[in-house]
Unconditional design. Structure first.
Length: 110
């Protein structure tokens, strides 16, 4: 009986602990952020070609949050204007604070 209770307690503690986000999850959040920037009225289109995760570190003040740094590269297509502007390559370092909301990683204010 004690062994069963011990294993249940271990399972609950493991399930409740927050694991750091995987690289693919951080890449998805960064890509989604650029898609949101593109959806603003009058904004240009941000085509992200690649995202490289530079670091994922647990926030020292909130153990459920993670500070991330990524490098995003792609092309920015300016909105239609007169005279037309050429497409411009971009390479940005993006820092975000992420928190697990129970179903996905979301950004929180720093």
């Amino acid at each position: 009986m004690r062994i069963t209770i011990f294993f249940i307690a271990i399972l609950i503690l493991t399930a409740c602990s927050v694991q750091k986000p995987k690289d693919q999850e951080v890449k998805q959040v960064v890509s989604d952020w650029y898609a949101q920037k593109s959806s603003l009225a009058g904004a240009g289109i941000w085509d992200v070609f690649g995202v490289t995760v530079l670091s994922i570190e647990r926030d020292p003040n909130n153990k459920k949050q993670f500070n991330t740094a990524s490098r995003a590269t792609g092309t920015y297509h300016a909105p239609p204007s007169t005279p037309p502007k050429p497409d411009q390559p971009f390479s940005d370092t993006v820092t975000m604070k992420l928190e697990w909301n129970g179903s996905k990683w979301i950004t929180v204010e720093k």
